[in-house]
Design a protein around this ligand. Structure first.
Ligand code: ADP
Ligand code: BMX
Length: 299
């Protein structure tokens, strides 16, 4: 499908922010962004979606794609993998509820959606084996192998942030110890800042402080970059990825990809997979959610 064939509405519920857009001919004609309520259950999340869609002019018969942080199983159930991000989302019937309320609607994981959009319209074009990583509230992933998005019935496929890292020691909200997400995700970076004696500093503040030269913040950013570089090399080994695109507000923070690339340079050549910026940026999950609704999974 071509990007210009995408018209309808899309919502992206991330761990920190929820975005909604009206999309016309593959372009975001209007977008709204509000904070995500991580303690909200299904009903409250649906009410938020409805408020945003009403403001954007969604009407009966309009197509709606919803991308969410967390896994979405084949039967449209939505589960947090990291329960610290979404505390009240554990198998709720999101797909059925969206269709009951909004008609032609569907849902998928946010990083899988972005991977699909980048593969078709962005940084993954021309690479048959392509991986998208988002470094954001968590660390998410989407895998495209032989031009197809890899999906599993339980919705867990592609959750690369739950691989482990030698940099990791802590137990994350998934229950696993030492995940990449527990080192490089935004929540983990904020927790590391608190442990370093800087409570209240979020990941953005840590990055800004590191840019100003503060050693404590610099150490946190450097550790996150090492964990992501290790994940990229592991991904090269596991999937033979030809290219990895990095997105998310941390992934796209000034200098972060360069730091990851510098760490990856220490790996043997075979594992030094080329890294690029996610060219669609924060639009990726929105465009991918709508593309996913159109049944787009083949070229
Ligand atoms: P979401 O996870 O909701 O999809 P983002 O991709 O914006 O949203 O990721 C949110 C995380 O990114 C938060 O931890 C926030 O502190 C962090 N962040 C936002 N802007 C920046 C920035 N300029 N530099 C570093 N971190 C940032
Ligand atoms: C976590 C996981 C993934 C998600 C990724 C990025 C939860 C709630 N989320 O690894 O499903 O794709 O974060 O999401 O378990 P974001 O919120 O950082 O954009």
């Amino acid at each position: 499908m071509s990007r210009t064939a995408l018209s309808g509405f899309a919502v992206d519920i991330g761990g920190t922010k929820t975005a909604a857009a009206r999309i016309t001919g593959g372009t975001l004609a209007e977008q709204l962004v509000v904070p995500t309520d991580g303690a909200a259950g299904l009903e409250a999340q649906l009410a938020q979606i409805e408020t945003l869609l009403t403001r954007l002019g969604h009407g009966a018969g309009d197509t709606l794609g919803v991308a969410v942080t967390g896994r979405v199983s084949d039967d449209g159930r939505w589960f947090a993998v990291n329960a610290g991000t979404l505390s009240a989302i554990d198998g709720v019937p999101l797909g059925a509820a969206l269709r009951a309320r909004f008609g032609a609607a569907g849902c998928c994981n946010d990083a899988a959606a972005a991977a699909l959009a980048e593969a078709r319209f962005g940084a993954g074009q021309g690479a048959a084996n392509f991986v998208y990583l988002t470094v954001s509230t968590g660390v998410g992933g989407g895998i495209v192998l032989n031009d197809r998005l890899v999906q599993s019935a339980n919705g867990l496929a592609g959750h690369l942030g739950f691989m482990t890292s030698p940099e990791g020691q802590d137990i994350c909200g998934s229950g696993r110890r030492g995940t990449v997400e527990s080192v490089a995700g935004g929540r983990a970076i904020a927790a590391a800042a608190q442990a370093a004696g800087h409570p209240g500093a979020d990941a953005r503040a840590v990055f800004e402080t590191a840019a100003g030269g503060a050693p404590w913040a610099e150490a946190i950013v450097a550790r996150a970059a090492r964990a992501i570089a290790g994940l990229c090399a592991d991904t090269a080994a596991m999937l033979g990825a030809e290219r990895i695109a990095i997105g998310g507000s941390i992934g796209l923070a000034p200098g972060f990809i360069d730091r990851v690339a510098a760490q990856l340079d220490a790996e043997p050549a075979l594992f030094r997979v080329p890294l690029v910026k996610a060219t669609l940026g924060a639009d990726g999950p929105l465009l991918g959610a709508l593309a996913h609704m159109s049944g787009e999974n083949t070229k």
